[in-house]
Design a protein around this ligand. Structure first.
Ligand code: UDP
Ligand code: MG
Length: 337
C-alpha cells in the first residue's frame, strides 16, 4: 500500500505533518459496549500496525451508561492512538458517527461498529480499494450473522428499495464497515438515520462508489440497540431523500403531481355523484362515498405534504444554522492530559 492517497510521508517537515494527519482515522460509535471495547481496540491496533499505516482511533461515546465512557477516558489518557469523544447524552448512531467525522484528521476515514460484528481485519482491504481510486468503499456482509426475521428480512427489503430508488447499486447499505476519502464526509450534513444513506448522498455529490464482501460475526457481548421500529424510521428517511432530490430543483413536480391526482379523483367522484343526482334523481347528501372522498383526498394529501414540508424545513434548519446534531462533553487525548 505504497504511494497515492494514504501513503506515508517520510521526510523532515512532512514527518511532523504526517504525525498530525494520519493515513487513516477509524471512527467507532459506541453506546453501552464496555465489554467489546478492549477487544476492538486491540484488533484495530494490531491490524493497522501490521499494515504499517499511521492511524488514529476515534471512539465516540454516545451517552453510554455502562462505564464505556469512563473506560475510554482512561484508555485515551494512556494510548497514543486513541481519541475519545464523549457526547453529553445519547444522540443516536448517525450523530455519533458525525461527531467522529468532525474530529477525524486522517486522509481516509473508516467506520465500523463497536460490537465486533464487523472485523477490523478487513480494514486494509477497504483502504486498498480507496487507493484504486474509489471515494467510498462499502462492506457487504454476505454472510450476515443476525436474526432472520427481525433483522435480515427488513434490511433485505430496505436495501432493495434503496437500490431501486437511488441508483447506487450496492447490496448492503446497513453495513457500518465502510471507508471514505476524508474530503467526502467533511461537509456531509447528517441527521436522523442518514448515516446509512451516505452512499446515496455521496453519489449525488459525484463520488465513485464500490462494494466488497467483508466478514461478519454474531454479537459476542451485549445486545443490539435496535428493533423493528428502526426499519420504519429508515423508510421515512428514504422517502425524504427521494422527494428532497426532486423538491430542491422542481417542487412543482412533487406537489403538482399530488395536486393533480387529488383534483382528478375528486373531480371524477364529483362528476359521478352529479350524474347519479341528475340522471337518477338520487339523494347524494349522506353517501359514505362523499365523505370518504373528501376525507381521503383532503386529509391524505395535506398530511403527506405537511410531513414532507416539515422534513424539508428541518433539513434546511439544520443546514442554515450549522447547528450540530450532537453536543460534546469532552474530548480526551493523551497530549491534552
Ligand atoms: N450505537 C450508537 N448509538 C445508538 C445506538 C447504537 O452509537 O444510539 C452504536 C453501537 O454501540 C454500535 C453501532 O452503533 O457500535 C451499531 O449498533 P448495533 O450493533 O446495536 O446495531 P446492529 O449491528 O444491530 O445494526
Ligand atoms: Mg451490531
Amino acid at each position: 500500500m505504497r504511494g497515492g492517497l494514504i501513503s506515508k510521508t517520510i521526510t523532515g517537515q512532512n514527518e511532523a505533518i504526517s504525525a498530525i494527519v494520519p493515513d487513516v482515522s477509524v471512527v467507532v460509535p459506541i453506546y453501552n459496549e464496555v465489554e467489546s471495547i478492549p477487544h476492538l481496540l486491540e484488533a484495530i491496533a494490531s491490524t493497522l500496525t501490521a499494515s504499517e499505516l499511521s492511524y488514529e482511533i476515534i471512539c465516540v461515546d454516545d451517552g453510554s451508561s455502562d462505564g464505556s465512557a469512563e473506560f475510554l477516558r482512561r484508555e485515551a489518557q494512556t494510548r497514543n492512538d486513541l481519541k475519545a469523544v464523549i457526547l453529553r447524552r445519547n444522540y443516536g448512531q448517525t450523530a455519533a458517527m458525525s461527531a467522529g467525522f468532525n474530529h477525524a484528521l486522517g486522509k481516509a476515514i473508516v467506520t465500523l461498529d463497536a460490537d465486533l460484528q464487523n472485523d477490523p481485519v478487513d480494514i486494509p482491504m477497504l483502504l486498498a480499494k480507496l487507493e484504486e481510486g474509489y471515494d467510498l468503499v462499502s462492506g457487504w456482509r454476505k454472510n450476515r450473522q443476525d436474526g432472520a426475521l427481525k433483522r435480515l428480512l427488513p434490511s433485505k427489503i430496505a436495501n432493495w428499495l434503496i437500490r431501486r430508488t437511488t441508483s447506487v447499486n450496492i447490496h448492503d447499505y446497513g453495513c457500518s464497515l465502510k471507508a471514505y476519502r476524508a474530503e467526502l464526509v467533511a461537509d456531509m450534513n447528517l441527521y436522523g438515520e442518514l448515516h446509512r444513506f451516505l452512499p446515496a448522498l455521496a453519489y449525488i455529490e459525484g463520488a465513485r462508489i464500490t462494494e466488497i464482501p467483508v466478514r461478519h460475526h454474531a454479537r459476542r457481548f451485549g445486545q443490539s440497540k435496535y428493533g423493528l421500529s428502526r426499519t420504519f424510521r429508515v423508510l421515512m428517511d428514504l422517502l425524504t431523500i427521494l422527494f428532497m432530490k426532486k423538491f430542491l430543483t422542481r417542487p412543482m413536480h412533487v406537489f403538482g403531481l399530488w395536486g393533480l391526482i387529488s383534483m382528478l379523483s375528486g373531480g371524477a367522484i364529483a362528476i359521478y355523484l352529479t350524474f347519479v343526482k341528475l340522471a337518477f334523481h338520487q339523494d347524494i347528501g349522506d353517501r359514505p362515498l362523499l365523505i370518504l372522498a373528501v376525507l381521503l383526498l383532503v386529509a391524505g394529501v395535506q398530511l403527506f405534504c405537511f410531513g414532507l414540508l416539515a422534513e424539508l424545513l428541518m433539513r434546511t434548519y439544520h443546514e442554515s444554522q450549522g447547528r450540530p446534531i450532537y453536543r460534546v462533553r469532552e474530548v480526551v487525548t493523551k497530549s491534552v492530559k
